[in-house]
Design a protein around this ligand. Structure first.
Ligand code: ZN
Ligand code: ZN
Length: 660
């Protein structure tokens, strides 16, 4: 049994309608295969507050649409989500409980805020064991709040909406165009409207969902028209019904007045035109029914997209007052109904009456765990701060050990471990010893270094993983080695990192020969932990430092920090620097790292380190793990700007300041 969780919210009509229709479609096509739950956490968490909010929203729309338009634009343009994250703490807890209890295979959101809450819950780096699908209910005018968060897929209603996402950097493979999820009943509807050159009055469906003051006068005029047969939907408003009934005296054709109804699909599919405000669900249902729309009102902001869709695709027109509506009908019916025919032809092209069924099949497919796509944030990293010259901010670790020497993780595990944390560059540098030296011979016996007979295999393994690292995580993986040149004392011991090697190097070469060999391969030679450890985790290796005049000209960089240690003298000498974790086991990730500002390819990375400009170091903490927004609550509390690179908060602010 697959478990599918659909999150919705009662703001505006689109979200709930979409959620309900997807649930119905899932239950329709897979009644025994899926358990579907629709949840409104805004309702559950904020109860009364939510009611007030919703009421304010509805009042704003009905009385002062212009004001709401402004609010909407403000939301789009600012860090609305981030600053309200504190308010959402309660919801985070509720959502966390729901996810733990229900263990969903797929989580579908028809309201954008939920993805941010999920990001916050998983900010500690745990794996999300579900597919995440976002159903965007806006059209054309899409609030960026929808796609500035983590989601495996974004389902949109039409090509124009898809274009908005593409232009924002969302990769093509994460976008699916299924149409708006109208009820699947549209897919089963019979359409008899234009059969056999049907004659007589055209059937007009008039939804009085706003502009109630003007409605009676319009009804009075419409019922007099011989070419119109009117159906009026008035909802639950008893007073309005009375008013409308009073206007329907001696109509030219029979008039039907409908109260609250669940027959919208049938009504839309049996009428030639619909008059309505540009509400998301209604416009989309009209499109599914191939019924051209005369739009009587548009709520600026969130309904603009729907209105633009209808007008720009010539599937109807805008008619903001009774006079205009009258005129629109005339132009539709005059000249052998040419205009109406154009509208019908165009709206038929947009129509996707089976959208819910398609979406349901897509979700079911994803709800099988092995079909869930790997988690990555490619579109967010694509929008990471990038100069005109194609440079971007790269988080790098150039010193990590695998099980080929004394590390705890395999090469593949290292790739996943760093990839899931959005690292851009990882160089694996297993120890290799000089078997001709006494210390080397001894160390070789311990099995904690790369032995000569496995060097070839080591290079091949990393080579294989490079492709996967890049495809799955957008991470550059490099092959490296750490040459342990250990003498009997710290003064005679040196560890030399080779970064981005193409082939093995004989470990019995002298240090200068080794550096020359490294350089001949275009790789970097870096002095590893060149100064006194304070943390005493390793043996001191001071040979390079003690012979600085000889080696400074030869080495490309020096570790100014290794794991928890910072080597102040390296900084004081103004040597080219990097910082690495010298990773042996997972907890070592919490350590100093290098941050580069350069092009994201191996040659640019190496050149950036050689030149040692636009290099900085950062003390890595895990709360920002790979999910774009890091710890949002933290961000809200300290009022930090969260950059969209997914690279965390503080270090990058500092870095930006440095750049500015
Ligand atoms: Zn070392
Ligand atoms: Zn090491």
């Amino acid at each position: 049994m697959k478990k599918i969780l659909i999150f919705t919210a009662g703001f505006g009509e689109g979200h709930n309608t979409a959620a309900r229709n997807i649930r119905d479609a899932l239950e329709h096509i897979a009644p025994d295969e899926a358990k579907v739950e629709v949840l409104d956490l805004f309702d559950a968490c904020y109860g009364k507050l939510n009611d007030l909010f919703r009421k304010a929203y509805i009042t704003a729309i009905n009385r002062t649409p212009r004001v709401w338009g402004k609010i909407y634009n403000v939301i789009d343009g600012t860090q609305f989500v981030e600053s309200n994250m504190m308010m959402l703490t309660k919801m985070k807890r509720a959502m966390s409980d729901v996810l733990t209890d229900l263990e969903p295979d797929a989580v579908v959101s028809t309201y954008p805020i939920y993805n941010y809450v999920i990001d916050a819950i998983y900010a500690d780096g745990r794996r999300r064991n579900f597919s995440q699908i976002t159903v965007i209910t806006d059209s054309i005018t899409v609030n960026s709040v929808w796609y500035r968060c983590m989601s495996d897929y974004f389902l949109v209603a039409n090509d124009d909406t898809a274009d908005v996402l593409r232009n924002a950097g969302v990769p093509e493979q994460q976008i699916r165009i299924f149409g708006f999820p109208v009820t699947y009943r549209f897919a089963e509807m019979r359409d008899d409207r234009y059969r056999n050159g049907e004659k007589g009055p055209r059937r007009i469906l008039y939804l009085i969902n706003s502009g109630k003051k003007e409605a009676p006068a319009l009804v009075r005029r419409l019922c007099k028209r011989v070419d119109v047969q009117l159906t009026i939907i008035i909802g639950r408003d008893a007073a309005l019904r009375k008013e409308i009934e009073n206007e329907v005296t001696a109509p030219a054709n029979p008039v039907e007045i409908v109260g609250w109804t669940n027959r919208m699909p049938e009504l839309l599919t049996s009428h030639h035109l619909v008059i309505t405000k540009a509400g998301g669900a209604t416009v989309q249902e009209a499109i599914a029914a191939r019924t051209p729309v005369i739009i009587s009102q548009v709520v600026p902001g969130q309904e603009e997209g729907n209105a633009r869709l209808i007008v720009e695709k010539e599937c109807g027109c805008l008619a903001p007052d009774p006079e205009a509506i009258f005129g629109a009908l005339n132009s539709a019916f005059n000249h052998a109904e040419n205009r109406l025919k154009t509208w019908v032809a165009n709206i038929s092209k947009l129509s996707k009456p089976d959208a819910s069924l398609q979406i349901a099949r897509f979700i079911l497919e994803l709800a099988i765990p092995e079909n869930a796509p790997p988690k990555k944030l490619s579109h967010l990293s694509a929008t990471q701060p990038m100069g005109r010259d194609g440079r971007s901010i790269l988080l790098c670790d150039l010193h990590a050990h695998s099980i080929y020497s004394d590390g705890k993780l395999s090469v593949g595990e290292l790739v996943d471990f760093y990839g899931q944390r959005s690292f851009d560059v990882l160089c694996i540098t297993d120890h290799i010893c000089d078997h001709t030296r006494l210390m080397g011979r001894m160390t070789n016996l311990t099995g904690l270094v790369l032995t000569l007979d496995r060097v070839e295999e080591y290079f091949q393994t990393i080579e294989r993983e490079k492709k996967r690292a890049l495809e799955k995580y957008g991470m550059i993986l490099m092959t490296g080695l750490e040459f342990n040149k250990d003498g009997l004392t710290k003064k005679s011991s040196a560890h030399l990192l080779a970064v981005d090697l193409k082939k093995p190097i004989d470990p019995s070469l002298s240090i200068t020969q080794t550096i020359a060999e490294i350089h001949s391969q275009g790789a970097l030679a870096i002095a590893s932990h060149p100064h006194e450890f304070r943390t005493h985790w390793g043996k001191n290796t001071l040979y390079f430092w003690n012979n600085i005049d000889q080696y400074a000209p030869l080495l490309d960089a020096w570790e100014v920090a290794n794991r928890d240690d910072i080597f102040n003298p390296i900084g004081l000498k103004r040597l080219p620097f990097v910082a690495n974790s010298d990773f042996h086991k997972p907890k070592h990730i919490f350590s100093w790292k290098t941050v580069l500002f350069c092009g994201k390819d191996p040659e640019a990375v190496k050149q950036c380190i050689r030149v040692n400009r636009d290099v900085s170091i950062t003390l890595y903490r895990d709360h920002r793990i790979g999910f774009g927004y890091g710890d949002l609550e933290q961000a809200a509390r300290f009022d930090y700007t969260v950059d969209e690179s997914g690279k965390g908060i503080l270090p990058f602010r500092v870095y930006h300041m440095k750049l500015a």
